[in-house]
Design a binder for this molecule. Structure first.
Ligand SMILES: *[C@@H]1O[C@H](CO)[C@@H](O)[C@H](O)[C@H]1NC(C)=O
Ligand SMILES: *[C@@H]1O[C@H](CO)[C@@H](O)[C@H](O)[C@H]1NC(C)=O
Ligand SMILES: *[C@@H]1O[C@H](CO)[C@@H](O)[C@H](O)[C@H]1NC(C)=O
Length: 612
């Protein structure tokens, strides 16, 4: 279709771009031209896209109207492509950390992490919380003192999940959960406590796993009806294995957006995951169930995978902590290979301390040869020494981008940043981050190409009826990207990496709202077909992309609620390998905002009768 060839942007060399606050770089608001579709409309749209002739034309028009052609496909750039966001790590100096010996076992690392944490009893009296959820240390204490046992907790867990799946609630938290397997693990853990030999503070603690991560004895469905039939789960993923070796009870495989190819968390096969803060709202995704079970109090921690904000955005929508380490920090083996240069394992937790404990358990290199490792040693942040509260943290803020969200979020996140400056003396550095929309589109193109590349072989043999309609649309778009578009996207990756490195020479972190909108409603017409809502979708991923496309670590912490009582998160994006600083920051933020926490509409008190 050469006669339709669109003109592409000619990008300036990186060195000529001004990243200061008065830069003349233009902020492009995501100009999504696609109406919300659900029900019959999605089906018709999928048929058209899949038809050889109409499909080609329609895809061309979609890509042109949504600026993909202009900003990516036909753009001219001088940078060379960068395919994998691996970061060199010479000379990283971290303050107030406990360095962990790479040869330590996961339980030993967990012990080190616990040693870094202030115990809840030390919290200043002024922090009398109206609502406090149970943490890993609460479980460990209740088990050690004999107030309750892992078996009693497992029984309660099973009863609560049954109730959450009842007709009245239909929370759809899990895809698979085997009660016998949970009880067996709990019995073993209970015996360990009886003998006075728990393996670590994680012994007996319920942890849920996104159904994109291999975990025996479960199949790995990836939220689909077919993936587990063509790809058998033969082992635990490395991260699951490490949690198990600490004594954690693996309590099932959480629901997710089918194939991770969307972010609403509405799964036509396994149900729409409902938000514990309001059952009529989405959880976001794709790690939907993992965010929801933590918010609902069923587990203090769950694992997710973050390919386009898939851990941080549901965490923000459900009012929990979402933490995504640097690319390659947590081994990726045993995770569905649907997109390998952007997806990574992340942690959803009720508190920053619990995120830290889980991080200590799962992170670290696979190889035993650490001298040649691509991953630096893990430093665990010493949270109990309050020295970091007086650090002179510089937060980079790009005003036009920061403010491109709903009024409630803008007001809440701006006041949170102001409060951080006020209480801790942290400084805001105004910057410009160019071409954010081009980065979002490039990431979409990359995730799409990687996903369709890795499942193309299966798709040919697949009965289309086994796929959800919204995913059929997604896959049709994914399959339409060409190699020249993919290459241009990787050049934009390189360019953005350079911009971000420059920003990080001016500031310690980048601060943003986590998402552009709070949880929106689940409409009935979406339940069977899924829905296409690219406008809300773009708002949900607006601040997520650098974390995936550039492999940067990032964390979201709850800082308030909108006027309908739905949670709002604040995000910090860090320099490569700066997990320890990010956790320090998250902990300082939590200390300021935790007192505003509210109990969700659907909440299970797992340690209710165990004395506090
Ligand atoms: C990509 O993979 C990540 C995890 O690997 C997942 O969270 C995300 O939803 C996936 N997206 C697509 C489009 O495959
Ligand atoms: C949930 O949201 C609906 C629709 O916005 C609202 O009518 C209802 O009161 C909310 N429920 C709670 C518990 O806030
Ligand atoms: C470890 O890795 C380094 C760098 O890749 C290499 O030079 C060295 O020989 C390796 N050592 C062993 C024991 O494999």
């Amino acid at each position: 279709m050469g006669f339709l060839k669109a003109k592409g942007v000619v990008y300036k060399p990186v060195d000529e771009v001004d990243l200061g606050p008065d830069s003349d770089e233009f902020y492009i608001r995501a100009n999504v031209k696609a109406p919300r579709m659900a029900g019959l409309l999605v089906k018709v749209f999928a048929w058209f896209l899949e038809s050889p002739i109409f499909g080609g034309i329609l895809l061309y028009i979609l890509k042109r109207n949504n600026l993909i052609h202009k900003l990516v496909s036909f753009a001219e750039l001088q940078e060379s492509p960068l395919f994998v966001p691996l970061h060199p790590h010479q000379g990283i100096v971290e303050k107030e950390v406990k360095c962990v010996d790479p040869d330590m076992s996961p339980p030993e690392k967990v012990e080190e992490a616990v040693d870094c944490i202030q115990s809840p009893e030390d919290l200043p009296k002024s922090l009398q919380l109206s609502f406090r959820c149970w943490t890993i240390l609460d479980y460990a204490r209740a088990y050690s003192s004999g107030e309750t046992t892992p078996t009693m907790v497992a029984d309660r867990f099973i009863a609560n999940v049954r109730e959450s799946s009842s007709r009245d609630l239909q929370m759809s938290f899990f895809i698979n959960l085997y009660e016998d397997d949970i009880l067996k693990q709990a019995t073993e853990s209970t015996l360990r406590y009886k003998r006075g030999e728990p393996i670590s503070v994680l012994d007996g603690v319920p942890i849920a796993i996104k159904d994109e991560i291999d975990c025996l004895p479960y199949p790995t469905t990836g939220g689909t009806k077919w993936m587990h039939k063509v790809r058998q789960c033969k082992n635990d993923a490395c991260c699951v294995n490490r949690l198990r070796s600490c004594g954690a009870i693996i309590v099932g495989k959480t629901n997710m957006h089918e194939l991770g190819a969307g972010i609403s968390g509405i799964n036509p096969h396994y149900g729409a995951v409902r938000n514990p803060y309001n059952r009529s709202k989405i959880t976001g995704g794709s790690s939907s169930g993992s965010a929801a079970v933590v918010a609902a109090g069923l587990c203090p921690v769950a694992l997710g995978v973050d390919g386009g904000g898939s851990v941080r955005l549901p965490a923000a929508l459900c009012g929990v902590v979402g933490f995504k380490p640097t690319f390659a920090r947590v081994p990726h083996d045993g995770v569905l290979p649907i997109n390998y240069t952007i997806g990574m394992v992340g942690i959803l937790a009720a508190t920053v301390e619990d995120a830290l404990i889980a991080y200590a358990a799962i992170s670290g290199d696979l190889s035993s040869n650490h001298s040649g490792s691509a991953v630096p040693k893990i430093g665990l942040p010493l949270l109990k020494s309050a020295n970091y509260l007086s650090w002179d943290i510089k937060m980079a803020r790009y005003g036009k981008w920061f403010d491109d969200c709903s009024d409630n979020i803008k007001a809440c996140c701006s006041s949170a940043v102001a409060k951080l400056s006020d209480k801790y003396g942290w400084k805001t550095v105004e910057v410009t981050i160019p071409d954010i929309e081009a980065m979002r589109l490039s990431h979409y193109l990359t995730i799409g190409s990687e996903c369709s590349g890795s499942i193309a072989g299966h798709l040919e043999k697949l009965n289309k009826a086994e796929l959800g309609w919204d995913v059929r649309v997604g896959l049709a778009v994914y399959g339409s990207f060409h190699s020249h578009e993919y290459l241009n996207a990787q050049k934009i990756r390189n360019r953005q990496m350079q911009f971000h490195n420059k920003i990080f020479s001016m500031a310690d972190v980048i601060v943003t709202p986590t998402v552009g909108v709070t949880a929106y409603g689940i409409e009935d017409d979406a339940l069977k077909t899924g829905e296409l809502d690219y406008i809300n979708g773009a708002a949900l991923v607006r601040y997520q992309i650098a974390g995936n496309f550039l492999g940067l670590p990032a964390v979201t912490i709850p800082v308030g609620f909108d006027k309908s009582g739905l949670p709002i998160g604040l995000q910090f994006i860090g320099k490569p390998w700066s997990e320890s600083l990010l956790i320090h920051i998250a902990s300082a933020v939590q200390a300021l905002f935790m007192s505003g926490n509210k109990k969700p509409e659907v909440y299970y008190d797992m340690l209710a009768n165990a004395k506090d």
